[in-house]
Design a binder for this molecule. Sequence first.
Ligand code: KIV
Length: 271
Amino acid sequence: MSQHIETKKVTTSTVRQMKAAGRKIASLTAYDAAFARVLDRAGIDFILVGDSVGMVVQGHGSTIPVTVDDIIYHTRMVGRGVERAMVMADMPFMSYASAEDCLKNAARLMKEGGAEIVKLEWGALQLDMVSRLTECGIPVCAHLGLTPQAIFKYGAYRVQGREPDTAVKMRADAKALEEAGADMLLLECVPAPLAAEITAAAHVPVIGIGAGMAVDGQILVLYDILDIAPGKRTRFSKNYMAQVGSIHGAIEAFVAEVREQRFPTAEYSFS
Ligand code: KIV
């Protein structure tokens, strides 16, 4: 069932070409070399060393306690497991609250962790930080919609962009982030029609998690698809372990369903 044919290293330019060619981008999180190797061989295009590590590996109730050192540690391990996939590292809570910290910590993730692109959550992230990272040659993915680092501000994990004013703002933010130099956008828990509009307007790849089928690619938390994450599974993530019954099979099924646009169906999307 493996869809993996290409062996060339994935970069930001590869994912941009994939968007242009209409080939869907498949991504999962991973936190160690063993899983990274399995994902890489299954054809995953980029692996996110997400701050979800705090919840699914470290056992915290949120992503807030995760540190830059934690992400560096896990990014190093993931880097040892991959040959083809691009490695994206999350900037943890408060690691980019000032422009100085943002640059210093993004540089650490690349120099010490081996990250090839960093992801930051919009809200704490400022446009001039994106420009500065870009000037320094640090690729950036900007995470919009539901940004879990702001959970104590939201009070609960909810779909974002349902009200007309928040939808207008999200469209404008996406455009401004792209203009500031963001190489990729990630939309979490966004109504599918809004995500489709943002994707059509963007020149950079837009990756969705709970953002419907029309985005350029999909990402899920690995431990959710393997049904080993603590707590209740989010509505937008699919239990591929229940569907396929093996770790390798579950990951390959996810890649195949993303490529063939069989995931996410309406059951895993928001209107
Ligand atoms: O940390 C993470 O795993 C993420 C995904 C939910 C996109 O940011």
